[in-house]
Write a protein that binds this ligand. Sequence first.
Ligand code: SOE
Length: 394
Amino acid sequence: MILSQKTAAVTGTGFIGPVHVEALRRLGIRVKGILGSSPAKSEMAAKTLGLPKAYLSYEEILSDPEVDVVHIATPNRQHRDMVIGALHASKHVVCEKPLATSSVETSELVERARKNPALVTAVNYNVRFYPLALQARDLVQTGAIGRVLSVRGAYIQDWLLKDTDWNWRLLVEEGGELRAVGDIGTHWMDLIVFVTGLRIDSVFADLATLIPVRQRPKAAGATFQGNEAGAGATASEPIQIQTEDWGSVLFRFANGARGAMAVSQVTAGRKNQITFEIAGSDGSIAWDSEHPNDLWLGHRDKPNELLIRDPSLLAPGVRSFTSYPGGHNEGFPDTFKQLYRAIYEYLAEGDFSRPKIFAGFEDGHEELLLCEAILQSHRTQAWVPVRRNQPESS
Ligand code: SOE
């Protein structure tokens, strides 16, 4: 399939912005330049990444006639305004998750996307694009495991385990009211809905801020860059934390299936582990991002199976989402490449009324609706229905 000859610009020079740049370049997509939170950061990132342009402002990107697609990889609180600016400038948008920090904001962005049908609007839920997540989706949605009965899993990290670990996500005003759930729990929920095709109807949640006071360094580092206080570290100040380190969430799906998710950013040794196990009436499927090229298939009446990612063993519709033969492992960076290949092929085909395999603004909005139901459930210690404005198709 032909990729569009569009030109991209990336905003955000922390952990994930350069990941966008690298993935786009692997596809041969022209990345004209990058914008950081200061001219110095723009210059440094452009130099480090070998990009021709260090943008000095977002307005400079929006007024650049060569830029067709804006990738937004800045802190969550900036997403809404940056998306609105890009749409107003008739630029296609790939926005990092979460789409915004409230369902009021995401609802507005969904409406604005609808009013710009000539623009592609995507949310960067890259985990969908692990080849074996797509294989699991094909198996579930073609009935290989029968009726889905239950789903369990987790998204577990340890990069915020120490009270000296600091990041903008810790602050409500920067990242929103939910952190572990909003930052990584939404990846898990989006993945499960994508794989199973089920709708979450209600939630029950228990959240915990297990490290209530953290040391904010005077010079904060990027995501996953621990800011060690102590010898040689910068001075720091104690900050009261309101956002959760841990979340336990129960789900009731529209078909009656049940689910359970754990999220943690304070579990020593789990660097970035996503797991799910989907149990059906005729079989089960399990996957672990620490071993992303393996897919476990569980059976009641015959031996279980382990599918090792090999294009020749994948469903025909999944094969195009993997690039290497079996045993040549694919992982995190490859999911961004496959996600952008899907987006830029969709751009090249030009019919934006077609269904998208990548997450759109409606999916980003759904995640904020889920987050708000989870927060309400935690605060009321009760089951809370997911309140969607328009009646859901059955
Ligand atoms: C931090 O939790 C983080 O960078 C998330 O924000 C990303 O979405 C995830 O892919 C990796 O971890």
